[in-house]
Design a protein around this ligand. Structure first.
Ligand SMILES: *Cc1c(COP(=O)(O)O)cnc(C)c1O
Length: 449
């Protein structure tokens, strides 16, 4: 019956049965994507849209990439799923080894899960258990430091470290307390702070916090370089490096959540590389499978891994797991994605496109209601404000960002905003001319709203 459903039925079920993520279902208008090729999505009417936000930040090499498709098909002929509870599949094992090889130094162990929220949840729990079980236990270290406007996922642990008021406030009674520092942003700087002094200012705040509370702090969790869901907030240069030095000095573990910025987004394979930082835990998701299948990973150091080893009866085991963690289909396509990075020189070929995006942003930055343009690699956020002088924001109820994106859609470009921030975050495989089309559509959308 379902096979022969009419278009009308599908749309009605999509409105009435499917509960969409981050979507007001009372207003939802079905938008059905039938298929895709390269960086283009095709809807049920055959209309084409450039995928301007990488199908929510995860697509890297484009859709239906022959190498990735082939890897999946080949894996299907082997086995679709093998649990990671006490057994393994060679493809998953090889992927773990490859991740260790490309990750910042010292991250020699990989725990697989199925989504970015879980990757963060795993890191939070590992850290907690680590301080209780290590050779010189510090069970008093139970708190986390997190940044304002941070987004680490939607499970309760990751929401606890998250700081996006509009998403997270309602759940406050369910969350654990964290030590919150303001987001180290450069647009709305506190009085007396300039772009030049911002890095020292924010690191000074962190240092005072660590100095006063390090005895009870287990870890600091950060989205390196760019706080994505916060509105593509870019940190001052040197901030991440400083965070690493301070956390080391005060014996606090560093959890780098690269779910959004990992896999080439910022111009290097991992954002941490840009400031020569090796975290204690690294969370990966979104781009891990090139945008094909749900898979995430938490990488950890020997020091952390070691604290979980022992006799079975000691119960040092990490009692945590996800049914599909390390799924071989996902691992096969993730591994193929790493091959494509090499074969197509994905990172090398990005440079021209990053520059091209910069020149578009420079022009867009001059428009009447554009308060700030922020970019790191192929991540861009264009912040619309009521008044560029006072930086006064539009009320979120005005749907400024949404209206810009609605215009872009009419021009065949699919974008999804973050409040008043128009996001441009295309697959790394985007061509320069496709990038032009995306930026011009966003620009005309801004001019018209
Ligand atoms: C998207 C995101 C997550 C959550 O990942 P899901 O796969 O949606 O659970 C966590 N951290 C960051 C930085 C993200 O951008």
């Amino acid at each position: 019956m379902e096979m022969n459903a009419t278009r009308e039925e599908i749309e009605r079920w999509d409105r009435e049965i499917v509960w969409h993520a981050f979507t007001q279902m009372a207003e939802y208008e079905p938008f059905l994507i039938d298929r895709a090729h390269g960086c283009t999505l095709v809807d049920s009417d055959g209309r084409e849209y450039l995928d301007g936000v990488s199908s929510l930040w995860c697509n890297i090499h484009g859709h239906r990439h022959p190498r990735l498709d082939e890897a999946l098909r080949r894996q299907l002929d082997q086995v679709a799923h093998v649990t990671s509870l006490g057994m393994s599949h060679p493809v998953t094992v090889s992927l773990a080894k490859r991740l260790v090889d490309i990750a910042p130094p010292g991250l020699n162990h990989v725990f697989f899960s199925s989504d970015g929220s879980s990757a963060v949840e795993v890191a939070l729990k590992m850290v907690f258990q680590y301080w209780r079980q290590r050779g010189d236990p510090r069970p008093g270290k139970t708190k986390y430091v997190a940044l304002g406007d941070a987004y680490h996922g939607d499970t309760l642990g990751s929401v606890s470290v998250g700081g996006v008021t509009r998403f997270h406030e309602m759940f406050q009674p369910l969350l654990f307390d964290v030590i919150r520092l303001p987001a180290p942003q450069c647009y709305r700087l506190p009085a007396g702070v300039t772009r030049e002094t911002a890095c020292d200012y924010y690191l000074g705040q962190l240092e005072r916090t660590l100095e006063a509370n390090h005895e009870e702090i287990a870890a600091l969790v950060i989205e390196p370089l760019v706080q994505a869901a916060a509105g593509m907030i870019t940190h001052p240069e040197g901030y991440l490096r400083g965070v690493r030095e301070l956390t080391q000095r005060y014996d606090v573990l560093l959890i780098a959540d690269e779910v959004a910025v990992g896999f080439g987004r910022t111009g290097t394979m991992f954002a941490c590389e840009q400031e020569d930082v090796a975290p204690d835990l690294l969370c990966l998701g979104k781009g891990l499978t090139g945008g094909y299948l749900p898979m995430a990973a938490t990488l950890a150091t020997d020091e952390i891994w070691g604290a979980f080893l022992g006799d079975y009866s000691e119960s040092r085991t990490f009692f945590h797991g996800h049914t599909y963690g390390g799924n071989p289909l996902a691992a096969a396509v993730a591994s193929a994605s790493l091959d494509v990075f090499q074969e197509e020189s994905t990172l090398g070929n990005m440079r021209d496109k990053v520059e091209r995006l910069s020149s578009h942003l420079e022009r867009i930055g001059q428009l009447a209601h554009v308060g700030d343009v922020r970019q790191r690699g192929l991540i861009a956020g264009i912040e619309l404000v009521q008044d560029t002088r006072t930086k006064h924001p539009y009320a979120w109820t005005e749907k400024r960002g949404i209206r810009v994106c609605e215009h872009a859609r009419k021009e065949g470009v699919w974008l999804r905003p973050l409040g008043n921030v128009v996001v441009i975050m295309p697959p790394l495989a985007i061509t320069s001319s496709e990038l032009d089309i995306i930026c011009l559509a966003a620009e005309r959308g801004i001019l018209r709203t």
